[in-house]
Design a protein around this ligand. Structure first.
Ligand SMILES: *[C@@H]1O[C@H](CO)[C@@H](O)[C@H](O)[C@H]1NC(C)=O
Ligand SMILES: *[C@@H]1O[C@H](CO)[C@@H](O)[C@H](O)[C@H]1NC(C)=O
Ligand SMILES: *[C@@H]1O[C@H](CO)[C@@H](O)[C@H](O)[C@H]1NC(C)=O
Ligand SMILES: *[C@@H]1O[C@H](CO)[C@@H](O)[C@H](O)[C@H]1NC(C)=O
Length: 502
């Protein structure tokens, strides 16, 4: 027995040392892990801010669900405003057959003006005017940062025509400004706050689509275009802000609706949340559904009043399409469909992009058609879909890669037909499908179109459930996800802090 004991002495000593050493490494490595995970995310000073009072983080997603819905002020309550609803072209859909319905969808969640009641608290950088309204020719008086949006005569007008499609940046910015203007009655989805630490999201008021449309060409002796200069300056500005450094830009909202806007800056600002028309020209690491929000084009045809909308039997054209022809990328399908459909008598299929003077004709055509084709062009989306919706013409979407605005709350199958590109080019497939949709089924979709059309209206002042408010709502959903991530990464920080101070 004793010999056995002696034999085991040496190994057990060795074992003991081994355990001590490995425990040491274990502790060391977990310490490193903690340090590293902190540094990779945000600086530790930010953690302190969050930890000292966990309720005072910039993001507060559950607030809205706890609240009962307060009354909102009807548009009738602002007589000085509604005389001049700014929609550039179309009649305000103040007529409430469309605005009454739609359950809880996109309705305002708060009283006008109370940041604590708002769905989204937004801090907006005071960028120089050349980034936003200056692009529209606006010059403020000395010390005036922003146009006085309480006075309709002072609001710079957005250029009409096809530029309007991407004007989302303009309507959102006006809406934020009006949240601080007492005489403007609007839903209280988003409220501008003056202290960024109280904000759920940081808004970058750069009219990037307008900048692309108007200033991407080099003029005169310029070496680089104004559009490029603005983007370079924006990147430099943002990277220098404490607000940006806080979460590496994740809490920033950047508008880039035109597919070619922000071309220079997009990669450098890729951590931010983008508002986009689609992902067609974005690599997935720069823009994706997880962090970004798809927003509607502003339709260029006039919205048909529900009472004027032609029913099934008064729409003689079965299928309508007008658009440019593309031979590259996903656009080749347009040409194939053209040869399949051009000789059908109840089909209107013409090429040629709609010019400003053609908008009126296109509007008439769509309003007299049962179905309107939305075929992938050089990008998966186009404003044609929103023109169809405004015309109450049932959209037929032939674009496999399209992403649609607000699809988390809207069931597009209720008012759109989806056809895979591979099916659409089969001889006879499309017309057989569409002719097979009889009056009652079509009418159901048409009725639904008349209900949802308000979700695609950009207007000022904004109205409950319109595009502006739907966008704020979609952004607030993404904000919840950001906060989820912040909190998760934050789990162990409290213990570390306690250890250091105590
Ligand atoms: C956190 O802030 C809220 C109000 O912002 C306050 O009521 C609460 O007492 C604070 N909590 C701590 C631990 O400071
Ligand atoms: C507005 O609604 C009323 C009744 O709800 C209807 O009689 C009227 O025709 C509508 N007007 C428009 C422009 O839709
Ligand atoms: C912004 O809010 C934070 C915390 O609520 C506060 O400490 C800070 O002083 C405020 N800044 C300004 C400029 O009011
Ligand atoms: C969406 O709408 C389609 C067409 O009305 C319907 O068949 C489908 O069940 C709906 N989906 C959901 C999840 O409600």
């Amino acid at each position: 027995m004793s010999t056995m004991l002696e034999k085991s002495v040496l190994p057990s000593r060795f074992l003991f040392c081994l355990i001590i050493v490995s425990m040491f490494f274990l502790i060391l490595s977990s310490w490193f892990l903690l340090q590293f995970s902190n540094n990779s995310f945000v600086t530790s000073s930010v953690f302190k801010v969050i930890l000292v009072n966990s309720t005072s983080v910039y993001i507060n997603p559950y607030r809205k669900s706890e609240q009962s819905k307060p009354p909102f002020f009807s548009s009738a309550a602002s007589p000085n405003y509604n005389k001049e609803p700014m929609r550039s072209q179309q009649v305000a859909s103040q007529n409430s057959s469309s605005s009454k319905r739609s359950g809880s969808l996109g309705q305002d969640k708060g009283k006008t003006g109370d940041p604590n009641q708002a769905l989204l608290r937004v801090y907006m950088y005071d960028l120089p005017a050349e980034f936003h309204f200056g692009l529209l020719g606006w010059k403020g008086s000395a010390n005036q940062m922003w146009p006085d949006v309480g006075n309709p005569n002072q609001i710079p007008r957005y250029p009409g025509g096809l530029n309007l499609q991407h004007s989302m940046e303009y309507w959102l910015t006006l809406d934020l400004l009006s949240s601080e203007t007492p005489n403007v009655v609007r839903p209280c989805s988003a409220i501008r706050v003056q202290n960024s630490s109280q904000a759920d999201i940081i808004f970058v008021p750069f009219f990037s689509s307008l900048s692309y449309n108007k200033y991407s060409k080099i003029h005169g002796k310029e070496k680089v275009s104004v559009n490029r200069k603005l983007q370079d300056r924006l990147v430099a500005f943002l990277k220098d802000q404490d607000e940006w450094k806080r979460l590496g830009g994740k809490n920033h909202l950047i508008m880039a609706h035109h597919p070619n806007s922000m071309l220079i800056a997009r990669r450098k600002l890729a951590t931010a949340m983008f508002l986009l028309a689609d992902f067609g020209r974005y690599p997935v690491e720069i823009a994706n559904l997880e962090k970004d929000v798809i927003t509607p084009y502003k339709h260029v045809v006039r919205t048909i009043a529900a009472s004027d909308s032609a029913p099934f039997e008064r729409r003689p054209i079965l299928v309508y399409f007008q658009g440019a022809i593309y031979r590259k990328d996903g656009g080749a399908i347009r040409q194939e469909l053209y040869y399949l459909l051009k000789d059908e008598k109840d089909v209107h299929f013409t090429f040629g992009s709609i010019q400003a003077k053609g908008i009126h004709l296109a509007a008439q055509g769509m309003a007299s058609s049962k179905f309107c084709l939305n075929i992938a062009g050089d990008t998966p989306s186009s404003n044609r879909l929103f023109d169809a919706i405004a015309s109450h013409c049932v959209p037929v979407i032939i674009s496999d890669d399209i992403e649609l605005p607000f699809e988390d709350v809207l069931n597009y199958s209720e008012f759109c037909i989806f056809v895979r590109a591979s099916d659409a080019v089969k001889r006879g497939f499309l017309l057989k499908l569409l002719r097979g949709i009889k009056q009652d089924k079509w009418t159901k979709m048409w009725e639904r179109l008349k209900q949802v059309v308000k979700h695609f209206e950009y207007q000022y002042p904004s109205q409950p459930g319109d595009a502006v408010n739907m966008i704020w709502e979609a952004v607030s959903h993404k904000v919840s996800l950001i906060q989820f991530e912040v909190h998760r990464k934050n789990r162990y920080h409290r213990h570390q802090l306690v250890g250091k101070t105590g």
